[in-house]
Design a protein around this ligand. Structure first.
Ligand code: UFG
Length: 344
């Protein structure tokens, strides 16, 4: 049974990956500083898997603290999620983002080197592509970022790739996620943003439960089928399974490889909203407002490389994403499971 260190394992994607790893027979260890997550996530993972995952609260940029974890366990591979991820905040506090996200990547690589761990899966993002000028994004599409958060993903990819090139046996897979949404089918783990959600799906689920009055649809005059922005939404469980596939690939293939994780299908904001309303039987009031600065009109993933190299493809539908996101939102608030029970 391989032991996998998961940095940022208490976050949205990290926690779902932890569950899928355990179901695939791996033994994960989580390190997380809890700066944007809660210790309660560990209970959620335990409730699903019936196992308690070893957890260390530390900042990955703290090399000595991280080295202690490597000294205590025989680690076979690492999945690196830890990092700040809010696009807007990164424009206000660029140094905060560069220091945190780059120092943690470098501290981790140094630690892996010291302890002879050569296999890494990195949590990157479609944000590294120049999506203002390209719609179908392949791994070879020109890269350009519009905010410091994006540049930290771009630069971390470069640092990892340069480092792996110096180690003949080392391997890294840079997973470029499209738009992860939804939640584990149990409703026991999910996305828990602090404050006002900046991303579409968590905002929609908060409108659905009455926490917010209405959704602002950012832009209704894009050159897209219905005028609203188009993205490639992917169920977080599918995304998590992509990490399991990437670990297996990296074991057999030295070198560094970038791979998109998306469905290959573009969905507009309005299509997501109407699908959510239909499958959950709930109204999402919205108004069309100005475009959000920096937003691309439309992009989605070319998924061939993931299919060919990782033997992975997304399986869950937009309906599944909307259903599971709403289920998690209600369950985490202690609302009834069955919407009909509200009237009893
Ligand atoms: N949107 C709204 N209203 C909202 C929030 C979003 O209309 O309240 C729209 C956006 O304009 C966009 C779509 O919904 O058209 C998706 O927006 P998100 O904020 O959910 O996601 P983004 O595509 O802007 O960015 C996300 C992540 C980034 C990541 C990127 C990678 O937030 O971290 O996907 O593709 F880098």
């Amino acid at each position: 049974m391989e032991t996998i260190l998961i940095t940022g394992g208490m976050g949205f994607i990290g926690s779902h990956t932890c569950v899928e790893l355990m179901e695939a027979g791996y033994s994960p260890i989580i390190v997380d500083d809890l700066s944007n997550s809660s210790i309660k996530v560990l209970d959620g993972i335990e409730a699903i898997t019936k196992k308690r995952v070893p957890f260390y609260q530390l900042d990955v940029a703290d090399f000595e603290a991280l080295a202690q974890v490597f000294a205590q366990h025989t680690i076979d591979a690492v999945i690196h999620f830890a990092g700040f991820k809010a696009v807007g905040e990164s424009k206000e506090k660029p140094l905060h983002y560069y220091c945190n996200n780059l120092n943690s990547t470098m501290s981790l690589l140094k630690c892996m080197d010291r302890f002879g761990v050569g296999r890494l899966v990195f949590s990157s993002s479609a944000t590294v592509y120049d999506s203002m000028h390209h719609v179908l994004l392949t791994e070879e599409t020109e890269r350009w970022c519009t905010n410091p958060y994006g540049w930290t993903k771009f630069m971390s990819e470069q640092i990892i790739s340069d480092h792996v090139a110096t180690r003949p046996d080392a391997s890294a897979v840079l997973l470029r996620y499209f738009n992860p949404v939804g939640a584990h089918e149990s409703g026991l783990i999910g996305e828990a943003p602090n404050g006002v959600p900046q991303n579409l799906m968590p905002f929609v689920t908060q409108v659905a439960v009455g926490m917010r009055d209405k959704l602002s649809v950012f832009g209704g005059d894009y050159d897209t089928p219905d005028g609203s922005g188009v993205r490639d939404y992917i169920h977080v469980t599918d995304l998590a399974r992509g990490h399991v596939a990437a670990l297996a690939y990296a074991k057999e293939h030295p070198g560094c490889q970038a791979v998109n994780l998306g469905t290959g299908r573009g969905v507009s904001v309005l299509e997501l909203v109407t699908t959510f309303e239909r499958v959950n039987g709930v109204a999402i009031p919205y108004e069309i407002t100005a475009r959000r600065p920096g937003d691309a009109p439309m992009y989605y993933a070319e998924t061939r490389r993931a299919e060919e190299l990782l033997h992975w493809r997304a399986e869950r539908s937009l309906e599944d994403m909307c259903r599971s996101a709403y289920h998690w939102q209600r369950k985490s608030m202690g609302l009834w499971e069955d919407p009909n029970e509200r009237t009893r």
